[in-house]
Design a protein around this ligand. Structure first.
Ligand code: FES
Length: 154
């Protein structure tokens, strides 16, 4: 068991060196938001699936630093299950990171699309629409606020 933990730790470190899971450490936000009554935005039954799919996080949740989102690419915030894109410099958008095909999390990329690693679906950085692969529905939009270098859930 120690070997497995060490491997996981090492692979995590390697990934951190690549800049990928730095924000994955924010994963605990999901659990706290779901159980913390202070984060419930109100009693309004909106019926919007966006918040449910992203772990029920409330507005104002810190998602990413603008500098970490590649221009012409995307950054997955694993804990929040949100993918933040920057189709053109200074233009940020965000979507649910849950693939509409079978629910895998999409991946961080700097190659002009949002890729899903499970069955190779690709989504648009601009609007989350499916570009190729088995997914036929778009990634659900997530409203964000960009304040300087800080990107938060609206
Ligand atoms: Fe994403 Fe199948 S779950 S392509």
């Amino acid at each position: 068991m120690t070997t497995i933990n060490r491997r996981r730790a090492l692979s995590g470190s390697a990934a951190v060196a690549l800049g990928v899971p730095v924000l994955a450490a924010c994963g605990s936000d999901d659990d706290t938001s779901a159980t913390d009554p202070a984060t419930s935005g109100g009693d309004e039954p909106t019926g919007e699936p966006t918040e449910e799919e992203s772990g029920g996080a409330a507005g104002g949740e810190a998602l990413a630093s603008a500098a970490d989102v590649p221009v012409g690419g995307c950054l997955v915030v694993t804990g929040a299950k949100v993918v933040v894109t920057q189709p053109t410099e200074g233009d940020f958008k965000a979507f649910s990171a849950v693939c509409t095909h079978q629910g895998c999390l999409v991946e961080t990329s700097s190659e002009g699309e949002i890729p899903c690693p499970c069955h190779a679906s690709r989504f648009s950085l601009e609007d989350g629409s499916p570009l190729s692969g088995p997914a036929s529905a778009p990634l659900e939009a997530v409203e964000i606020t960009v304040d300087g270098d800080s990107i938060t859930r609206a």
